[in-house]
Structures are given as C-alpha cells and as structure tokens.
Design a binder for this molecule. Structure first.
Ligand SMILES: [Zn+2]
Length: 409
C-alpha cells in the first residue's frame, strides 16, 4: 500500500551521508555534520506535511507531535535513528533497487556476492523488490528503513484525519550507533506512555527485552623495581591484570554464550609494570544476576590484591542501560497493542530477546516507560552485503498504523 512512497523516501535518506563517529560522540552531538543534513530534511518534510509541533534542538534530536483527534487516548511515540554505523564505510551509499528478485545469488557492483544459500531469509522475497548497495558501503537500512516507515505512516495519518488516534510523538535521533545516542536527550520532554523503536531487522520480529548492562573498571597498582634486583620486591601490575583476566569464567564469555545467558567480557586493557587498567563489560537479562556479576568481580579484585602482596587493586562499576522488559511489564498494554495489531493484520509476530541494548533501553531506564523494538526490514546490517526488503518495510509501516489504531480501543 505504501511501497512507492517508502521506496522513494528510503532511497533519498540512504543517499544522505550520516555515518556517525564514536570517537567524538561523547562531546560532539551529533558527532558528524552529515546527520544535520538528514535531520533538517526530515524537519522540513514534517513541516511540509502540515505538522506545527516540530522541534529540532541544538543536539540534533528531532521531536514532533501529531495532535490527538480523539479524546482520552494515551500519547504513544515512535522512534528511529538517522545515523549509520562505521563498521564498514557508511557514506557515499549508491543504492540499487532490484525490482523483481529472482531468488538467486545477488552480485553487487563491487563483485561481492550475497549468496542465497547463506541468506535463507531471502527466499520469501522472491519476485519482490529488494534494495542493496554497490558493495563498497553498507546500505543504511539500520535505521533508515525505520525512518522511512515512520515518515510514511505520519504522512498517511496527516492526510487522513478520519483515522482516529491519540497524540502521536515522533523522535528521530542521532548517534545511536556510537552508544552515546541518548546522552544529550532530556527524556522528560516526552509525553509518550510507550515509545516504539522501529529499529529491528527481520520481518515480524519484535523485541521487548534486551540486556541489563554494566561496565567495570579495575585499576592495578604494582611496585616497580630495578629489574636486576626485583626478586622478592617488585610487583608487576601487568601480571596482576593477567591473573585477573584468566580468573574470569570462560564459560560465561560472549563467545561461549547465547540465548538468555549473560556474560563477563574483558574488553580493553592498557598498562605497564607500575600500573594497568582493565575495562570489562557485564551483561545479563536478569538485573539481580547482573548485580551478582558485579559483586563477583569486586571480590576477585580484593582476592587479587591479597595474592600480590604490596600491589593495590581499585574497582569501580557503572550501570549502562537496563532491560526494557522491566518497564514493558509495568505497562502490559504497550506490548498487547503490538500483538493485537499483528493479529488484526495477519502478521505472525515473534518475540526475540536482543543480546545488546537499544536507545529505547536507555529511555526505558531514564523514564520508566516501555520501549519495545519493532522490525524495520533490513538484513546483514553494518556490512557491505546489507539488503532491505520493501515488502517487510511495507508490513512494518502497516503494523505501526495498526498499533496506533489499537490504542484507540
Ligand atoms: Zn539501529
């Protein structure tokens, strides 16, 4: 129903360079100038549709509202991010539209091949429209599919005032891929009782849960000595650090776990004989289990200190984001509306946990509102073999509108 508009928007958005830069995102927001180009384009498009409550703030958060045309319906929101990842080149995207996919391998202009055998998700899209890059860049479906779906749905709502709804909020944000995407956003500005992020992948996949996440820093202080006279005197901070890392349970590492299992990950280290620093990432779906992981590492710090007499170990931890499943449980209607919408449209939705976090998880933690993540239709994201399915994008836009409808009931 929306295919033409979705495709036109998607192509235009992916051609705008918005690759973000994690190295400067802590201080510069948005981290790259290109993101402003797309944000300003979207701001203008929303105003041209006739929306009056549209604000692009100085940190690059575009917040817009469609006023309610029906009383007593809670405000709900939809969100997507405008930046693309930097794992492979994300700028200079030259999208190619494959109008009727033949079901076989897709040879990209660069010579790279998206093999049908390695991408079983391609099969259902035989005979339909796909979009790929030229193979020298990613495509940017993460998350410009989501942006195109939201913009198309907003257009539909504005043009058809007979479609009844409560207040609808739209948040288009920068720098999600850097991990600092929500650092400069004041979540208290939101009116929404639930914020749906349109930032998933495979068609029909919904995620109501993600990890609880913490980061830990351990600082080791050794006792340096002239190496020739070191016996019985020197304490090597690097040896302490290695002891600490090798004491971590390998069976609970990212490379040994999947599904709902949490993990410890030694992530970054630096140092010398005198002092060394280790950063670790902890993840768990259960918040109490995450806190237990922090306690385990703290105990390991004190036992390491006891083992290396004269050495010192300092420990600090910080919660990064929380499982959005907690806030989803406090507002059951948030997910119920999604399941009901899927049923009304005949879409076989599936709930899949995210072994990671989303910007929604940060908002969920800051505001205590539910932020389920909805599929947007891209595959092989963050790679030159990325592809997007127009049928999935169309279904996502339809689902979005049906969720709006479910809230009026
Ligand atoms: Zn994304």
């Amino acid at each position: 129903m929306f295919r033409k508009e979705l495709l036109e928007r998607f192509i235009r958005y992916v051609k705008t360079d918005t690759m973000s830069n994690a190295h400067v995102a802590r201080t510069k927001h948005p981290s790259t100038e290109g993101q402003w180009d797309l944000l300003r384009m979207l701001e203008k498009e929303l105003r041209d549709m006739g929306l009056e409550d549209v604000e692009l703030d100085s940190c690059g958060y575009l917040l817009a509202r469609i006023p309610a045309n029906m009383p007593d319906v809670p405000c709900i929101g939809f969100s997507a991010h405008v930046d693309t990842a930097s794992d492979v080149m994300g700028n200079g995207v030259k999208p190619r539209v494959i109008e009727s996919y033949d079901g076989g391998d897709i040879v990209l202009k660069s010579g790279l091949v998206i093999k049908a055998a390695e991408n079983p998700e391609l099969a259902p899209y035989k005979g339909t429209t796909l979009v790929v890059s030229d193979g020298t860049t990613l495509l940017g479906s993460d998350d410009k599919s989501g942006v195109a779906e939201i913009m198309t749905a907003v257009h539909r709502l504005v043009e058809n005032p007979q479609i009844k709804h409560g207040e609808i909020e739209i948040l288009l944000s920068p720098d999600e891929e850097t991990g600092f995407g929500m650092d400069f956003f004041d979540a208290s500005r939101l009116h929404s009782t639930v914020l749906y992020t349109m930032d998933g992948g495979t068609r029909y996949e919904i995620s109501s849960e993600c990890f609880n996440a913490a980061s830990v820093e351990v600082r080791f202080k050794g006792v340096p000595y002239h190496l020739g006279d070191a016996r019985g005197r020197m304490v090597n901070a690097l040896t302490m650090l290695c002891h600490y890392v090798s004491s971590l349970p390998q069976a609970e590492s990212p490379e040994a776990t999947d599904g709902r299992q949490g993990y410890y990950c030694a992530h970054e280290a630096e140092g010398n004989v005198e002092k060394a620093k280790l950063n670790l990432l902890l993840r768990d779906f259960d918040y109490d289990a995450l806190k237990e992981r922090i306690r385990v590492l703290e105990k390991l710090a004190s036992s390491t200190e006891a083992l290396f007499r004269g050495g010192k170990v300092e420990f600090s931890s910080e919660i990064s984001y929380l499982n959005m499943g907690e806030s989803a449980r406090s507002n059951p209607k948030a997910l119920q509306a999604v399941w009901d919408a899927g049923r009304a449209l005949g879409q076989p939705l599936e709930d899949r946990v995210i072994r990671g976090g989303t910007d929604g998880a940060r908002i969920a933690a800051a505001r205590g509102i539910a932020c389920p993540n909805i599929y947007a239709g891209g595959h092989n994201m963050h790679s030159c073999c990325e592809w997007a399915a127009l049928e999935a994008m169309n279904d996502a836009a339809l689902l979005l509108l049906e969720i709006v409808n479910q809230w009026t009931k």
